[in-house]
Ligand binder design. Structure first.
Ligand SMILES: [Zn+2]
Ligand SMILES: [Zn+2]
Length: 328
């Protein structure tokens, strides 16, 4: 008995519970590291393959992707494929337009008066019409114009793994590309917008958008179709002719710009003061405010001493003024 105990005592330090746990822990840690490595390798290969050959992973009826997304986001070779691509792009873009705008309109503090509802309907009607042409042109540019781009397939031959993958992962690089996109788009938008304010173009094109003095989110696309094409797809694709962009990254920038424009028309988050442009007409012409800053056309209180207060805020402001008077 004593021997057994002593034997146990001798064995215990070697195989104590802590040792076993530590061993197991080490084993599991090791296994976890191995599995994590495998998982990361798998993810990298899936992302890599997805980015460069999505046909292996995505099946959408009648819709074809190119063998490599470094060239284009869709493969279109015939009128039939063009129409199919228009349907899918249309479904995606209209859904996004309606969902985001509707959430913004629904959650907006402006009272849903009959006039406001009628305005929202009119913005929606014009938006639907303009977007129809925007989708036709966007798909047409993807099909016919992008293959003529000097940077077409740039990331296929300029380091797929280094530039292509880092393009998605490196925040610094994405920031740098976003800046290029924003600056070029801003210059284009600003110039075309200033031209839109000249008497001829105001009468025939841009005036239509300014009928909404206090716009809602749907007003983002409530513009004349020709203006929608100039400031939409043409402005969106123009930067790709000046700098190389990965097509996926480029379209993500386009979507973000579109959401940003909806927010700017909603007015609650409007860093470049677009709602002030709708009210005063002669300031804040650019999308992100870069050109307004450079050319001094941004809103300033000295130029416009009467402050703009949205209608839905006026009653609150008047209330607080009356309360202040009572206190005095
Ligand atoms: Zn304008
Ligand atoms: Zn506007």
């Amino acid at each position: 008995m004593n021997n057994q105990i002593s034997l146990c005592r001798i064995q215990l330090p070697q195989e104590s519970a802590i040792t076993v746990i530590l061993k197991e822990n080490h084993f599991y840690q090791y296994r976890l590291n191995q599995e994590m490595k495998k998982f990361l390798l798998l993810m990298t290969s899936v992302i890599g393959s997805y980015c460069f050959n999505p046909n292996d992973y995505v099946t959408i009826p009648f819709l074809k992707f190119p063998d490599s997304l470094s060239y284009n986001v869709l493969e279109i070779n015939s009128i039939f494929e063009y129409l199919i691509a228009c349907v899918y792009i249309g479904l995606f873009y209209y859904s996004m337009y309606f969902c985001i705008s509707h959430i913004l309109v629904w959650s907006h503090p402006a009272p849903k008066t009959p006039d406001r509802i009628a305005q929202t309907r009119e913005e929606m009607r014009r938006g639907i019409k303009a977007l129809f042409y925007v989708i036709l042109l966007t798909t047409g540019i993807i099909w016919k114009v992008q293959p003529l781009n000097p940077y077409y397939g740039y990331y296929e031959t300029h380091g797929i793994w280094i530039e292509g993958i880092l393009h998605f992962t490196s925040r610094v690089q994405q920031y740098y590309y976003a800046q290029r996109y924003m600056l070029t788009f801003d210059v284009w938008f600003y110039t075309s917008h200033i031209i839109g304010h000249t008497p001829f173009f105001w009468k025939h094109l841009h005036g239509e958008h300014h009928e909404f003095v206090e716009p809602g989110a749907y007003a983002q696309d409530a513009v004349h179709p020709i203006e929608a094409l100039i400031q939409g797809p043409i402005g969106h694709f123009l930067p790709t002719f000046i700098y190389p962009f990965h097509p996926v990254c480029h379209h993500v920038f386009g979507l973000l710009t579109s959401i940003y424009a909806q927010l700017a028309h909603d007015g609650r988050w409007d860093p470049a003061g677009h709602t002030l442009h709708h009210y005063y007409y002669s300031c804040n012409f650019s999308i992100w405010g870069f050109c307004d800053f450079i050319f001094g056309t941004g809103y300033n209180q000295e130029k416009y001493p009467i402050p703009y207060i949205p209608t839905w805020l006026r009653s609150k402001v008047n209330k607080s003024k009356n309360e202040d008077k009572k206190i005095m």
